[in-house]
Design a protein around this ligand. Structure first.
Ligand code: ADP
Ligand code: ADP
Ligand code: MG
Length: 828
């Protein structure tokens, strides 16, 4: 008991300390907010008050404390905003503006979530305003909204994170409310406050609640005080390095360092042993500073076998709070969710009620309104759950809750912002069926899930229905830029139970066609089919635990893992058959000019000319395609095949190699630009889809057949006539040049990003695996390591420099037997 009340007192002390450290802001806020100046004597506390009591007391304190610790860049701005609004806005006009139902919403976001909010607004007859940066001028969210306002250059800090520009856009379009979506300004206390002061409704919780929950340390103290269990750890203000290290020792390794302002898995480091602590701390602090402008951290016990279970809650202005059950988001990479489901598999009804109630208590403790998510970490060894953090916004994975409860959470948010009571009470809510969400990212899975960027040359999602949702902000021809989150779409599938939903999810993933950039779809498919996932045995270590099965990699193909080697061998075999089908597909679609073949007019469309085609003759082509494995990095398997077209519209494809393959394929030309074909392969009918595009001098062909996707590159002029001729020889040498590989020892950028640290100099001797430099992209740090032992050469990078994906960063030269210094001489 005394420990609890101690912590409670500490929490209050913290808030009071914060008050005194920002006296000016405090005076301003107390002058502006009624009842904001109510004081509270913490020393009177002898016992932990009941939750509601805590709630009201904290509410008043949080109102006072809200201007510290926000993600707003500078204190100066905080004052400026105060004086500007207090002098320019008469409270009467602000009150007036805040009256009446919301009839126009500005969406202060981009991509899928902006489109998602616009959809509900439209259904409700509410006008919408989009905002956009230079990078998004032609984006889907801009086209979907009734109006759109340009708010600046591509970097988010100059556009989507600029509260001033967004407020100006709301003013100029007379938007009555702002929906912040997730990310960007959604959890920015100051922004929420500024909206209110302008007489614009912020569709989200009160700024006091954002403040209380925005800081992981503060929120943990509040939750302890409200009787919600938190993971044991250090949540103090004192950031002295020695103190942090001794706290980590006290907690006991392994520990987890987290940015107090953290989100999206950033600024987080697992420390297994004490000797790693200082390195992990500085890198977590650096990442936290870059992502959140605040380097403070907390330390907590690292649970070794946890599950991430979170609860969707909703509150209104009348003190009602309900939960809309839980979601399991355990399957993660880099502490970021990739696949989520509702309800959580394998939990009891009793557990569901307890965790739901704990979430409601947490929300009530901060006077919560609107949509929020209380995240818990569940120790699977003990079955206990602990409060982890609260996200004071609509969550990325909210659609799965909508699917199992039949509610539209954006509609609920708008109702609450209008001052209406929650549409349903707790006992009117129930779970129906099961839903999964798979996050489809532009990312390079074999390279460790690194973010990717590029053009969606082909984008064809599965058809949507009452059981399938595709939430996206892009379409074919759009690009995924390096400026924002690389999520392409969210695929949501519902079924009457978990296994039905999973079957549907896998089917939709197989039908989700994207070509032009690497995506995690093959990985998601493997995940959805994995026996342990099918059995509902989820945990935050799922991917690590089954890495070898989910991610066959070059290092475990050779001798270490025969299973991976077998799977790759089978993949390559299937790829050869797919190549044969793709070759026929190319002939049948207009790019290869089958019409030309049929009519006997000379030429191969855009591909070649002077074919020597003669009517009533069979016709043969040799072609080399390279199969690009989705799961293996840098692996390409050349496939040589010949395609013979006979008078009866049959193709015979012979694939050369150790195990030669011969297929007879029949199909009708579907006409210009059609990409879906029905083929008869050795007497068996099959549906295939084809996508072709030309990029960086390389022609790519993608084939989707049944559950599989194959990517081939076809050198542009590789269609060789049966009768070889001289020109082809020169084309070939050109092709070989294009495909020449980079020299061994070259270190290339694994992703586009910015250099944040250079750890080696030219001439330095490095061991294999030694860190060379640190890159940052999408607010995530990535250490580039030496691929081989040797001497560093050609390193001319400087901190802050932008590098492109695959750019050669430096060379590692072989160490010569003698005269190692000679290497240095080369490098001019
Ligand atoms: P959620 O908790 O809603 O499922 P995540 O934990 O994946 O969302 O991400 C937390 C927040 O961080 C989200 O609001 C998301 O928009 C944002 N976010 C995630 N990845 C990035 C990124 N690469 N760059 C900027 N913001 C990001
Ligand atoms: P973020 O704000 O970045 O979402 P969270 O505190 O929610 O940070 O944690 C993100 C993820 O990190 C969790 O979903 C979980 O997988 C893992 N995690 C967080 N805390 C712990 C812990 N104490 N022990 C083990 N894993 C943890
Ligand atoms: Mg989280």
């Amino acid at each position: 008991m005394s420990r609890r009340s101690d912590l409670y007192t500490q929490g209050l002390k913290l808030l009071l300390q914060q008050r005194s450290s920002c006296g000016l802001a405090l005076r301003s806020s107390s002058a502006l907010i009624s009842n904001g100046s109510r004081d509270f004597n913490y020393s009177r506390q002898g016992r932990v008050p009941p939750t509601s009591d805590v709630s009201s007391r904290f509410k008043s304190h949080l109102r006072l404390g809200r201007f510290w610790n926000t993600q707003w860049p500078a204190v100066g701005q905080c004052h400026r905003a105060f004086s500007a609004t207090s002098s320019s806005q008469s409270s009467a006009s602000v009150e007036e503006k805040l009256k009446g139902p919301i009839d126009k919403i500005l969406i202060a976001n981009r991509g899928e979530i902006a489109c998602r909010v616009i959809k509900t607004a439209k259904r409700l007859g509410i006008k919408t305003v989009a905002v956009y940066s230079d990078a998004d001028r032609f984006s889907m969210h801009v086209k979907s909204a009734d109006e759109a306002v340009h708010i600046g250059p591509a970097p988010a800090s100059l556009s989507y994170l600029s509260a001033e520009k967004i407020l100006a856009a709301a003013r100029s379009t007379n938007a009555k409310a702002i929906h912040p979506g997730y990310g960007f300004l959604s959890e920015n206390v100051h922004f929420a406050e500024s909206c209110k002061k302008e007489g614009i409704r912020f569709i989200g919780p009160p700024s006091t609640a954002i403040h209380a929950m925005g800081d992981k340390s503060v929120s943990k103290k509040l939750m302890e005080a409200a009787g919600v269990a938190v993971v044991p750890g250090y949540h103090g203000d004192d950031q002295d390095i020695d103190l942090l290290q001794s706290e980590a020792r006290r907690i006991g390794y392994p520990v987890l360092i987290k940015a107090t302002q953290g989100g999206g898995g950033k600024g987080m480091r697992i420390v297994l042993e004490e000797n790693e602590f200082l390195d992990c701390l500085s890198s977590a602090q650096r990442e936290a500073m870059a992502a959140f402008g605040d380097s403070r951290v907390l330390i907590e016990k690292y649970l070794t076998r946890p599950r991430h279970i979170e609860v969707q809650i909703f509150g209104d202005m009348h003190g009602n709070v309900v939960h809309l059950f839980e979601r399991d988001c355990s399957v993660q990479r880099r502490h970021q969710k990739i696949i989520e489901e509702a309800p959580a598999p394998g939990i009891s009804e009793e557990f569901r009620q307890q965790i739901g109630q704990a979430a409601v208590n947490a929300a009530k403790a901060v006077g919560y309104e609107s949509a929020g998510t209380v995240e818990f970490i569940v120790d699977t060894l003990t079955g206990k759950f602990y409060f982890m953090e609260m996200n004071t916004r609509l969550q990325v994975e909210h659609p799965i809750t909508e699917m199992v409860t039949g509610q539209d959470l954006v509609e609920w948010q708008i109702l609450v912002a209008n001052g209406e009571p929650l549409p349903l009470q707790q006992d009117q809510l129930q779970i129906s069926g099961h839903a999964f969400e798979a996050r489809i990212y532009a990312e390079n899975v074999p390279r460790g899930f690194l973010p990717a960027a590029g053009t969606l040359h082909h984008y064809n999602p599965p058809p949507v229905s009452s059981t399938v949702r595709v939430e996206t902000g892009v379409g074919e021809g759009d690009s995924v830029s390096v400026y924002y989150d690389p999520m392409i779409a969210k695929l949501v599938a519902w079924g009457h139970d978990r296994s039905a939903a999973l079957v549907k999810l896998h089917d939709c993933l197989s039908k989700f066609q994207i070509a032009g950039l690497p995506t995690n779809i093959p990985f998601l498919k493997a995940l959805a089919k994995h026996p342990a996932f099918v059995a509902g045995e989820v945990g935050t270590h799922f991917i690590d635990q089954y890495r070898e099965e989910l991610l066959p990699s070059a290092s475990n193909t050779g001798h270490e893992s025969s299973r991976a080697a077998v799977s790759i061998h089978l993949d390559a075999k299937a790829a050869r058959q797919a190549a044969a089908i793709a070759a026929v597909g190319m002939c049948l679609t207009s790019s290869l000019g089958l019409q030309v073949l049929k009519t006997g007019v000379e030429g191969w469309g855009g591909w070649n000319s002077g074919s020597g085609f003669r009517l009533n003759h069979s016709y043969s082509r040799l072609m080399t395609m390279e199969w690009k494995s989705d799961t293996l990095e840098n692996s390409s398997v050349p496939i040589k095949l010949s395609t013979t077209y006979d008078r009866n519209a049959n193709f015979t494809v012979e694939v050369q190699g150790e195990e030669p393959l011969r297929l007879t394929v029949t199909g009708q030309s579907p006409g210009d630009r059609c990409r879906d074909l029905r083929l008869d392969v050795d007497g068996q009918s099959t549906n295939v889809s084809l996508a072709q595009y030309f990029q960086n001098g390389i022609n790519s062909v993608h084939l989707w057949q049944e559950d599989q996707h194959y990517h081939f590159t076809v050198p542009w002029l590789s269609f060789e006539r049966e009768e070889s001729d001289d020109e082809q020889g020169s084309d070939k040498s050109h092709r070989e040049q294009t495909y020449s590989t980079t020299a061994i020892g070259s270190v290339t950028a694994p992703m586009a990003g910015r250099v944040v640290k250079v750890l080696v100099e030219n001439g330095a001797r490095v061991k294999k695996g030694e860190p060379l430099l640190v890159l940052e992209a999408m607010k995530m740090e990535h250490v580039v390591r030496a691929p081989v032992e040797g001497l560093v050469d050609g390193a001319h990078l400087v901190v802050g420099q932008q590098v492109n994906d695959n750019m050669v960063l430096l060379q590692i030269k072989e160490r010569r037997q003698n005269l190692p210094d000679e290497d240095d001489d080369d490098s001019e």
